[in-house]
Design a protein around this ligand. Structure first.
Ligand SMILES: O=C(O)c1ccccc1N[C@@H]1O[C@H](COP(=O)(O)O)[C@@H](O)[C@H]1O
Length: 212
């Protein structure tokens, strides 16, 4: 069965076109100033209107306040919010109710001790994103190109749909899917030629691996 792919951190038309042409199911725009993939509301809005129907447009935010979220949601046509910070389950529920958009909550995994949080967030979010926990002191809470030990979640399932993320590449995707059983995956660094620069060839190779 093919795996659905989210290409995250798109910031220009070339990257977006490559993701669409290759068959991405989701495209992501990063609203986090410290990220090399950060986009303005204006840029995201201009890109989002070019996304064909059937491809979900996702805004990635990190501990965003209501004012920031209100502006993004008002100006960018979106299908989902991805919460990639330290948002509590209560805050996830609040954002979901306030904006009327499906919410995907990212949870960092480094050890068995992190797994209960996946159940806690599955109770309030529409999807969960199982990502690698960032290293201590990392500037970014995600998008670091680091994988976690996929054996930690082998055979595990949650009450909502989920995506696998963290250090995925065209080269390791088949193993990641085989080990975890993921039906959806999210990638950013692994389809770049440099931080923030999407590579159309690597995007194509990633989608080929996902659909192969
Ligand atoms: O991509 C970013 O710059 C980013 C910034 C802040 C939070 C999350 C970010 N990206 C997300 O992180 C994971 C893993 O990314 P990678 O493939 O390891 O680079 C993915 O969900 C991205 O959407």
């Amino acid at each position: 069965m093919p795996v659905s792919v989210k290409i995250c951190g798109l910031s220009d038309r070339a990257g977006l076109d490559a993701a669409v042409a290759a068959g991405a199911r989701y495209v992501g725009f990063v609203f986090f100033a410290k990220s090399p993939r950060a986009v303005s509301v204006e840029t995201a809005a201009a890109l989002a209107v070019e996304v064909p129907p059937g491809i979900a447009k996702v805004a990635l935010v990190v501990d965003a306040d209501d004012t920031t979220l209100d502006e993004i949601v008002a100006r960018v046509p979106l299908d989902m919010l991805q919460l990639h910070g330290r948002e509590t389950p209560a805050r996830v529920a609040e954002i979901r109710a306030r904006h009327g958009l499906p919410v995907m909550k990212a949870v960092g995994v480094a050890s068995e001790a992190d797994l209960p949080m996946l159940d806690a967030y599955a109770a309030v979010a529409d999807q969960i994103l199982v990502d690698a926990k960032p290293p201590a002191g990392a500037a970014l809470p995600g998008g670091n190109g680091l994988a976690f030990d996929w054996r930690l979640i082998a055979g595990r399932r949650w009450s909502v749909p989920w995506m696998l993320a963290g250090g995925l590449t065209p080269e390791n995707l088949a193993e990641a899917v085989a080990r975890t059983g993921a039906r959806q995956v999210d990638v950013s660094s692994g389809v770049e030629s440099a931080p923030g620069i999407k590579d159309a060839v690597r995007i194509g190779a990633f989608l080929t691996a996902a659909h192969g």
